[in-house]
Design a binder for this molecule. Structure first.
Ligand code: E4P
Length: 226
């Protein structure tokens, strides 16, 4: 029997900005991208060509959301979105129609990311429908004085109770503390806007420490090791 020895939290970028995606992917630690209709409306002229380009850059899961709201239309749209590239994951909002469409698409082997999840019960419905990813939005909950991190912990617990295979994708992350907290809560993926991605690298003591190391080295040795 295969035993999972370690589990990695994946990092996705929450943006449709090609330049930002290229720059962040150069670090080697970006695993995927999430878009939504608002993000694509900011950065894309031709959404299909745009997400194709994103997929070629990141070479990992790229979530692209349906804009239909009725089950049958969601399925049709979901199928054509899935054909854009093998990396595409169809994003579907958590509504009654959305859950039925997720069930049908998942049955046909299409990967679905159920989005706009704000409660543990909604998450359970999406996992049961066969979603590949489920996206609880933590920042938007904090905005209305509810605890977004608790939502991630609750969902991870439910997933583990029943051994659901869906991946918990923490979304609507607004700052580096959110990022660390969702990792502590056991999220499978954290999707972060580029600004937060770069903030994750920063600590003033790192800058101060590096400056001192280089000053000491250069004072004695002049050149670096070849
Ligand atoms: C996730 O897939 C969404 O695109 C995103 O995280 C929403 O974040 P926001 O609440 O900052 O808009």
């Amino acid at each position: 029997m295969f035993v999972e020895l370690y589990k990695e939290m994946k990092i996705f970028l929450d943006t449709a900005n090609i330049e930002e995606i290229k720059r962040a992917c150069e670090t080697g630690i970006v695993d995927g991208v999430t878009t939504n209709p608002s993000l694509l409306s900011q950065d894309a002229n031709d959404p299909i060509e745009h997400v194709k380009k994103i997929a070629e850059i990141v070479k990992g899961p790229v979530s692209v959301e349906v804009t239909a709201t009725k089950k049958e239309e969601m399925i049709v749209q979901g199928k054509s979105i899935a054909e854009i590239s093998p990396y595409i994951v169809v994003k579907i909002p958590l509504t009654e129609d959305g859950i039925s469409a997720t069930y049908e698409l998942a049955k046909q082997g299409i990967k679905v990311n159920v989005t706009l999840i704000f409660s543990p019960s909604q998450a359970l419905l999406a996992m049961k429908a066969g979603a590949e990813y489920i996206s609880p939005f933590i920042g938007r909950l904090d905005d209305i004085s509810q605890n977004g991190i608790n939502l991630i912990s609750d969902i991870v617990k439910i997933k583990e109770n029943y051994k659901f295979s869906s991946k918990v994708l923490a979304a609507s992350i607004r700052h580096p503390v959110h990022f660390a907290e969702v990792a502590k809560a056991g999220a499978d993926v954290a999707t972060v806007p580029p600004k937060i991605f770069w903030q994750l690298f920063k600590h003033p003591l790192t800058d101060i420490g590096l400056k001192k190391f280089l000053e000491d080295w250069n004072a004695k040795f002049k050149n670096g090791i070849k």
